[in-house]
Design a protein around this ligand. Structure first.
Ligand SMILES: [Zn+2]
Ligand SMILES: [Zn+2]
Length: 680
């Protein structure tokens, strides 16, 4: 070691281990001494809990934890370092480029650049090749510091006006004391609190940066530049438009390839593209952004979901109700929506001297149904369910296909029960939800229980009891859950189920949410066995979230290939020539008679074309008929995905399809689903 003769410092590693090293030792040298095998996957260190370079000398006693490349902090360091490497490559290829900011982001990194000439996607391979070359040269990330004024002079000399602006903003801010210019979004570049400004050099490239960084460019191996976009400097449309180059980097090539595969898959499964290709739905500018038009096929899928939903709710002890789309201002004042939710509500309508609002939620109406007569403890629990269409104003910028819309139909329910029934009701709701989601092919979940926030209404004892009921329901259902500490709404704790789709992405669907607020506001009561009024527990519950959003998730999960029972067309009969059309029609009629949604492809196209088209349309059964089939009263069957089932008598096909036509055939109903409740 090179620091012989220096005073010793104590380095604490992990829980208990303490070792002495000479002052000036770097975390990298410490790691070499204690665990050289770990060097390969280590990219940084937490020194006294703060991220630091592995090369940064330690002058005082310190505790060290090492950061592996695969950890969230490690990935972020790797990605931010890759942004530098990319900037260095751009600088080498396009000297005179001006650099703005280059942060790590979810799944990758970007750098905003003002290039001397336009950069296009065609430039990305050469930038990537240059990055590879610089990576192979194993250039160290070297840190140096300058006081603020010399630092400003330095970035001016480098011809980097954006960096000058960042540093001047820091200078002006510390001078003005009262906050000064806003540094939001620049946190990865500089620490607004320090007097000394740090820089990092990699080869010839120097960048203003707070760090920390990986040891050298060779650590950045598994990377890929993905796309380009325009971005205003500091997000301000009056400022210059910069070129944002996006890339991603992972600790290993294998992880990178998995990620790129998932990106491709996500594109292939994009519900907006599939919605068009499969003719399911559209959004029309003349109708309005975020307002969905359901086409016949999408409408059919939705109807099938709604039918199943209603049938299952009746089976599980819910009552189906309908409530209006608008309500008087007075209702929304009592509920509090006009105070707390106004920004999401569509504007007031005045009729005959009364103000009305389009509903953003169904809850107040359900409460009114509860309140429409005196309720006894013998009536409880009451479970009101409604496919309730609501409208919420969302900014145009956040709207996204079916996933974020302005008008949508919630699969809503409100449960009113006594304190004694509460735990059982929550358990039932969670079980019902797991069962229902399984019917659509979802079997994996992320589960979150959100607890009391700082500002909340309702007695602590109520919160404790309700939160405990949520935990128990998750445990009884065998769900692994995480606690979202203080993440509940102000009016009650909740449990959220996020389904995992085929790509491992998770989507919020089910929520079961206590409400200690609305029962108070509307002063709802039931008569107890003591003949006195009591406040019921009220629970909001959705299984799917909304039909729009759920269909979006469903399309992406199945890549448009719905389970047979949900497919708009379940069998398409393809005659090999026009003269077999009458037979094709008879086959189709027979399939329809067996309960399948069948149709004949009557177009005078080549048979190969028609089969391909049926594949593109994700039709589960492609039924080909010609001379041989007609003489035998048979059909040739291909299943979606290319599996050839061969020639079979038509009745055999009808029989073998039956199970797939039944949505509940393959999923066991939840125990205790029948019976109980007030509506038998
Ligand atoms: Zn940096
Ligand atoms: Zn509600």
């Amino acid at each position: 070691m090179t620091h012989v003769g220096k005073r010793p410092i104590a380095v604490t590693l992990g829980e208990a281990e303490r070792r002495e090293f000479p002052a000036g030792v770097t975390p990298w040298q410490v790691l070499e001494a204690v665990d050289p095998a770990a060097k390969k996957e280590t990219v940084g260190a937490l020194v006294n809990g703060r991220p630091a370079d592995l090369r940064r000398p330690l002058e005082e006693d310190a505790s060290i934890e090492f950061i592996s490349a695969a950890s969230p902090e490690g990935l972020s360091m790797l990605r931010h370092s890759a942004a530098h490497l990319m900037a260095a490559a751009v600088e080498a290829i396009l000297p005179g480029s001006k650099f703005a900011i280059g942060p790590a982001i979810q799944d990758g990194f970007y750098y905003d650049i003002e290039p001397p000439r336009a950069i296009t996607a065609d430039d990305l391979p050469s930038i990537e090749a240059k990055m590879r070359e610089l990576s192979e040269r194993r250039l160290p990330f070297l840190r140096f510091e300058l006081p603020l004024e010399p630092a400003i002079a330095r970035v001016k000399a480098l011809g980097q006006p954006y960096k000058v602006e960042i540093l001047e903003a820091i200078r002006d801010r510390s001078a003005s004391r009262s906050g000064g210019p806003d540094l939001e979004g620049l946190e990865q570049e500089v620490d607004p609190e320090v007097e000394q400004v740090s820089f990092y050099s990699t080869g010839d490239f120097i960048d203003l940066c707070r760090g920390p960084h990986v040891v050298d460019t060779a650590v950045i191996r598994a990377f890929k530049l993905t796309h380009l976009a325009g971005a205003y400097w500091r997000g301000d449309e009056r400022r210059p438009m910069l070129t944002r180059i996006y890339g991603t980097v992972f600790p290993t090539q294998e992880m990178l390839e998995q990620h790129l595969f998932r990106l491709e898959e996500a594109k292939r499964r994009d519900h907006r593209r599939l919605g068009r290709e499969l003719d399911l739905f559209s959004v029309d500018d003349e109708v309005g952004a975020g307002l969905v038009l359901w086409h016949p096929k999408g409408g059919l899928v939705r109807t099938l979901i709604e039918n199943l939903w209603r049938e299952q709710h009746l089976k599980h002890g819910y009552a189906l109700i309908f409530t209006p789309h608008v309500g008087r201002a007075k209702l929304w004042e009592t509920s509090g929506h006009l105070d707390f939710y106004r920004e999401y509500m569509y504007a007031r309508m005045e009729m005959e001297g009364n103000d009305y609002y389009v509903k953003p939620m169904n809850c107040p109406f359900h409460i009114k149904v509860f309140q429409s007569r005196i309720r006894s403890y013998r009536d409880l629990p009451m479970r009101f369910a409604e496919l309730g269409t609501v409208y919420r104003f969302e900014r145009a910028g956040v709207l996204h296909g079916l996933l974020r819309v302005r008008g949508f139909t919630q699969d809503d329910a409100h449960i009113f029960c006594t304190p004694q029934q509460m735990a059982e009701e929550v358990t039932r709701a969670v079980r019902f939800s797991l069962y229902f989601l399984r019917l659509f092919g979802f079997g994996e979940y992320e589960v979150y229980i959100a607890t009391r926030p700082e500002k909340a209404i309702g007695a602590q004892a109520l919160w404790d009891e309700a939160t405990e009921a949520l935990r128990r329901s998750a445990e009884q259902a065998g769900l692994q859950y995480q606690i979202d500490e203080k993440g509940g709404a102000f009016y009650g704790p909740k449990i959220d189920l996020r389904v995992k789709d085929a790509l491992g992405r998770s989507w919020q669907c089910t929520t079961v949410q206590f409400d200690f607020n609305l029962p108070e506001r509307f002063d709802i009561t039931y008569v107890g066995d003591d003949n006195r009024p009591h406040r019921p527990f009220m629970v909001h519950r959705a299984l799917l979230g909304s039909l729009e959003r759920f269909l979006g998730v469903l399309i992406e999960h199945h890549a448009g290939a719905f389970p047979t029972w949900l497919a708009p067309v379940q069998a398409r009969v393809v005659p090999v020539a026009d003269r077999f059309l009458p037979y094709a029609q008879r086959v189709s009629d027979r399939l329809r008679g067996g309960g399948a949604r069948a149709e004949v492809d009557v177009r005078s196209e080549k048979v190969g074309f028609k089969i391909r088209d049926a594949e593109v349309q994700k039709v589960p059964y492609i039924v080909v008929v010609g001379e041989r089939e007609e003489t035998q009263g048979a059909v040739s069957v291909r299943k979606r995905g290319g599996q050839d089932l061969g020639v079979m008598p038509i009745d055999d096909l009808v029989v073998s399809m039956q199970r797939e036509l039944d949505p509940v055939a393959d999923v066991a109903a939840p125990s205790g689903s029948e019976g109980g409740g007030a509506y038998q």
